[in-house]
Design a protein around this ligand. Structure first.
Ligand code: AMP
Length: 213
């Protein structure tokens, strides 16, 4: 089952993907998390993209496409994947259809006001990328990851200026993908405003309706 999670930053794609991957038995692949891992280990790629991520701009298409293409060629995606954060431009979507075909594109929708609230309160565990929200989804112990106990951080691109830039980039570069996938009959609209568990239930219901799960 090949799924794409599309939607603005802060819509809960990563949180719901983390829940859905266990139910569906397919890996959650986040292009943003892949880049953050490269930055963390200090690889040449990580060094090259660090400032871009921090500012909330997009990494160039060529680098991103090649990186995701390689990730999707590994054995663990034989039964499918949840792709979160890719494609983010029309050029990426067009390149992707050559190496992998999505079966459904889930479009997470949320008001801009709620997006800002979610992003500003978001905290992440740097090693796993597991996300929390200081009000809506707090960890069991304040500031620490539930499973590893590592200290949670605020992503540099979750600071106010970067958030506003990311929303602009989303509107300009990524929103056109909604029509792109609607025309291909792959778009599945999803109301991202309820709790992660409710959004997951909604998603599973929609997949069943479409005969995908
Ligand atoms: P995310 O975790 O999905 O919010 O992604 C964090 C950052 O990684 C983005 O703001 C971009 O700088 C970069 N990134 C992730 N996915 C892509 C993509 N498909 N194309 C270009 N840049 C990306």
């Amino acid at each position: 089952m090949n799924l794409i999670f599309l939607g603005p930053p802060g819509a809960g794609k990563g949180t719901v993907a983390d829940l859905a991957k266990d139910v569906l038995g397919i890996p959650h692949i986040s292009s943003g998390q892949l880049f953050r891992e490269q930055i963390k280990i200090g690889s040449p790629l990580g060094k090259r993209v660090e400032a871009t991520l921090k500012a909330g701009n997009l990494v160039d298409d060529e680098t991103t496409i090649e990186f995701v293409r390689e990730r999707l060629s590994r054995d663990d995606v034989a039964r499918g994947y949840i792709l979160d954060g890719f494609p983010r431009t029309i050029a990426q979507a067009e390149a992707m259809c050559v190496f992998s075909k999505p079966e459904a594109v889930i479009n997470f929708s949320l008001t801009e006001e709620e997006i800002l609230r979610r992003l500003e309160g978001r905290r992440v565990a740097p090693t796993t990328g597991r996300t929390y929200h200081i009000l809506y989804n707090p960890p069991k112990v304040e500031g620490l990851d539930d499973e590893t106990g590592e200290t949670l951080i605020q992503r540099p691109d979750d600071k106010k200026e970067a958030i506003l830039n990311r929303l602009e980039v989303y509107t300009r570069e990524t929103r056109p993908l909604i029509n792109h996938y609607r025309e291909k009959n792959l778009l599945v609209p999803l109301d991202a405003s309820p709790s992660p568990q409710e959004v997951l239930n909604q998603l599973l219901h929609l997949l069943k309706e479409k005969g995908i799960h």
